[in-house]
Design a protein around this ligand. Sequence first.
Ligand code: SF4
Length: 362
Amino acid sequence: MIEVKEVYPLVEKIPGYLSPSTFNWVAACPLRGLYANNDNSAYLAGLFPAARLGILVHKVYEDFSDKLINNEEEFLTRWAFHASNGDQFLKYDVDNYGVFLSNTWQNLQRSIQRRSVPGRVTGQSFKVLTEETLTSGCGRIIGKPDLLILKNEKPVEIRDYKTGGIFDAEANAELDNGSDNVIKKAYQQQMHLYAWLANSIYGNYPGKLTLISFDGVPVFVPFTEIDLAVVNQKIDHVFGAFNQPPSTLANPSVENCRFCNYRAGCPFKDVSSPATVKDLGGIVKDVRKYPSGNIALTLENSDRLLIDRPTTPIDDLGNLVGKLIYVTFARLFYQDPTKIPVGLTNFYVVTKSSFILIKNDN
Ligand code: SF4
C-alpha cells in the first residue's frame, strides 16, 4: 500500500501550546512549531509504522482511562475497533504486531489490577489517573501522561509507555563502557516536562519518573530539581523564538529533517543524507505497469520509482502524469551506479515508510 495525498504550501501559525511529547521536537527546530497546525495535517500522511502503532496504543489507553476497558475481551474489542477504523494496514507494516498487542494487554492488565487495589497504608489514599489532561498554569504546556499516581492528592509517580526503544544506541556506543543505560534525550526531557507540569498543578514534583518498555520493563528517568527548574527557561526560549522570521527559526540538519513530516514543503530542509534511503521529487513524465503488477513512475529529471505491487489502482497513479510529486524514504535499487539502466539518473523502489505527496502551488 502506498499512500498518495495532495498537499498545499505550508501555513505558518504560532501554536498556543505544546505538549511534552512535541516540545523537544519543536525545540530542535522551532519552525516545526509554526508548521504543526491543522492546515498542514495532510503532510502527516505516511507516519512511520512505529508512530502509527504508538497512536493506536494511546487510543486504547484513552479507552482504558474512560473505563471502556476492564477485561481482556473489552481490550481486544477496542483494539480491533481503532485498528480497523484508522489503520487497517498496520498489522502488515509492523513487525511483531501480535507481540505488541499482547504486551499492551499485559501492561493494561497490571493497571486494571492496580486501579482496584485500595491504598496499602492505612490513612493514605492512592489514585491512578490515566491519560489525565494536565494544563500548566501559564497554559503553554498541555500534556497527558499515560499514568499519574497520586498519594493523598500529591503526585508520587508518572509513567509513560513506549512502543519504540528507550535507550540511545548511539550515545551508548560512544560511551563504549559496556553499559546500555543512556535514555534517549527526548524521552528524558518529555518526562521532565511532565514532572514540571505536575508540580505546576499539584505543588510538588513526583518522586519517580518511569518509562515502561513495550515488554513491561520499567526504566527510571533520573532528574534533579535543577533539571526541572530550568524547564521554565526552555519554555520561554521556545515560545519567544516563534516571533522571529521563519528563516531564523529553521534549524535544518540531516538528523532533524530526515524524520520531519514537513520536509516535503519546507524550503529550508536538508535531505543530503548519505543513506541509501532517500526522498525524491519532480514532475511525473510517465507511469508504466509491468506484467508482474509492479508500477514504475518516471520523473522528468529521469529518476525512476518502482512501486512494488501497489494496492493503489493504476488509474489513480496514472493521474499523476504532469503533477509535481514528492516521495519519501525510497530505497536506491542499485548501489552500484554503473548498473542503473541507460537513460535514467537514479532507480528507486518504495519502502513501507514511503508515501507520495502531490504538491499544489496554491
Ligand atoms: S524540514 Fe528541517 S528545517 Fe524544515 S521544519 Fe523540518 S526540521 Fe525544520
